[in-house]
Design a protein around this ligand. Structure first.
Ligand code: SF4
Ligand code: SF4
Length: 305
């Protein structure tokens, strides 16, 4: 299994909001959803991608000299790329001295990723932490994901899987037995709204959620809280009803922020059509959860970080 490879776009060390204690979060590239508010748009494609941060460009022209596809464009002394010609080969990123061109995603073997996470095993043990798998949708990493998960378990690490639940049921059903904790994103309860906001309906996701809840594996339901998208009273009531069926009265909420905006520009994509919560607005929305018997837990409170 160690020969298996997958595309990883980040291994974030010392993370504190992706599970208990200090953790390394392995981000696998690729997701079947296209949430309009996604703060990591580079995580959506299953393939490595070039990001161009034009504001960092010093105008040296090295990218244009090496591009084999004539995809580099120049304007006002700064260099970008023609997305229709670019093949995301990464040649320009490897010569850019300014950090303006960055490849997101690299093929890694299981053992290569394990070498990175092993560096912090002392921190995991001393803090009650471990390794979290995120994405994209990590379960869609298939056998590579499962091999990496098993390798972490074999080293005795606490393993957490942060999932949107949008993966084939036969794959997802393997997760509860292998994970110590699942963080399960629930984006919208209404199938049509879910399709409009994420590109897909929610039937498979809710089936996988119910299976995980029935399995007895430690699980936290998470909700990206996006102003005007999924924070309506109606949606909160529907989520509260689902969770009540499983004896739950708590949900982790992740309020929308615009931190990912620069990456939309770097991918030459339009910005998400949302604004962060203004003063008082978040508190008002959280009070709506309380009115329906749900305690809304903010990221900073979820793991006592
Ligand atoms: S990633 Fe490759 S094809 Fe795209 S602009 Fe850079 S060198 Fe050209
Ligand atoms: S190599 Fe980097 S700094 Fe030089 S022109 Fe290209 S993007 Fe700008």
């Amino acid at each position: 299994m160690e020969h298996l490879t997958g595309i990883i776009y980040n291994i974030q060390r010392m993370s504190t909001e992706d599970g208990p204690g200090l953790r390394s979060t392995i981000f696998l590239k690729g997701c079947p959803l296209r949430c309009l508010w996604c703060s990591n748009p580079e995580s959506q494609s299953f393939l490595p991608q070039l990001l161009v941060f034009e504001n960092l460009c010093s105008g040296c022209g090295r990218c244009a000299a090496v591009c084999p596809h004539m995809a580099v464009t120049a304007k006002n002394g700064r260099y970008n790329r023609d997305v229709n010609l670019c093949r995301d080969c990464g040649a320009c990123a490897s010569v850019c001295p300014a950090g303006a061109r960055v490849m997101s995603g690299a093929e890694m073997r299981v053992e290569e990723a394990m070498r990175v996470v092993r560096k912090d095993e002392l921190f995991y043990r001393n803090s009650g932490g471990g390794v979290t798998f995120g994405g994209g949708e990590p379960v869609c990493g298939g056998e590579f994901f499962f091999a990496l998960l098993e390798a972490c378990r074999n080293e005795g690490y606490h393993v957490c899987v942060d999932t949107c639940g949008c993966c084939p049921a036969e794959q997802f059903s393997r997760v509860p037995a292998l994970a110590d904790l699942i963080l399960f994103d629930c984006k919208h309860m209404d199938p049509e709204a879910h399709r409009r906001l994420t590109g897909r309906g929610n039937r498979l996701i809710l089936d996988n959620l119910r299976e995980a809840l029935n399995s007895g594996v430690p699980l936290r339901v998470r909700m990206p809280l996006v102003p005007g998208a999924n924070d309506s009273e109606e949606n909160i009531i529907a989520l509260a009803a689902l969770l009540r069926d499983f004896g739950r009265d708590e949900v982790d909420v992740l309020p929308y922020h615009a931190f990912g905006s620069g990456k939309y520009g770097a991918l030459r994509r339009e910005l998400p059509p949302f604004q962060s919560y203004g003063p008082g607005k978040l508190e008002e929305t959280l009070a709506g959860f309380a009115r329906h018997g749900l305690k809304a837990v903010l990221p900073s409170e979820a793991f006592g970080a």
